[in-house]
Design a protein around this ligand. Structure first.
Ligand code: RB5
Length: 155
């Protein structure tokens, strides 16, 4: 795994405990971490934290983001509202690999009520160590920001 990158972390109350595990995991491996909150398991609204993680990445303060709520769904929706951000909700390592290889996702969304800590850390590791494949996927990822009027699929 590359250890030269900064990872923005964010969670609501449903994801707080897993966010802390993720933070410990990353710091133990010499990653830089930007913690966007929350700082406790008190009830919190996920849109604010999902946006903060995504904005950290969009602004270049972090190269990757991890956003965790109960299901990961709210965090993924919130993060994807920030222009240029591709947030992927992953529930297994294959999804994490493809989110990077084909979709060039910069933000990993996870659901703490869906995946256990061991699986979440495995998903995270795969997400961080998989590179974007480029090639035909480059065009498709570009189209996410500017969808074509028709499908001119060139293969
Ligand atoms: C909070 O109860 C829950 O709705 C939230 O963590 C998340 O799962 C939303 O998508």
């Amino acid at each position: 795994m590359s250890e030269e990158i900064t990872v923005a972390l964010g969670a609501d109350h449903g994801g707080y405990a897993l966010k802390e595990e993720v933070k410990r995991y990353l710091l133990a491996r010499s990653y830089q971490v930007v913690d966007c909150g929350v700082d406790s398991a008190e009830p919190a609204d996920y849109p604010f934290y999902g946006k903060k993680v995504a904005e950290s990445v969009a602004a270049g303060r972090a190269q990757k983001g991890v956003a965790i709520c109960g299901t990961g769904i709210g965090m993924a929706v919130a993060a994807n509202k920030v222009p240029g951000i591709r947030a992927a909700l992953c529930t297994d390592s294959f999804m994490a690999k493809m989110a990077r290889a084909h979709n060039d996702a910069q933000v990993l969304a996870m659901g703490a009520r869906v995946v256990g800590t061991g699986l979440a850390l495995d998903i995270l590791e795969v997400f961080l160590r998989t590179d974007f494949e480029g090639g035909r996927h480059e065009r498709r990822v570009r189209q996410l920001d500017q969808p074509p009027a028709t499908d001119n699929n060139e293969g």
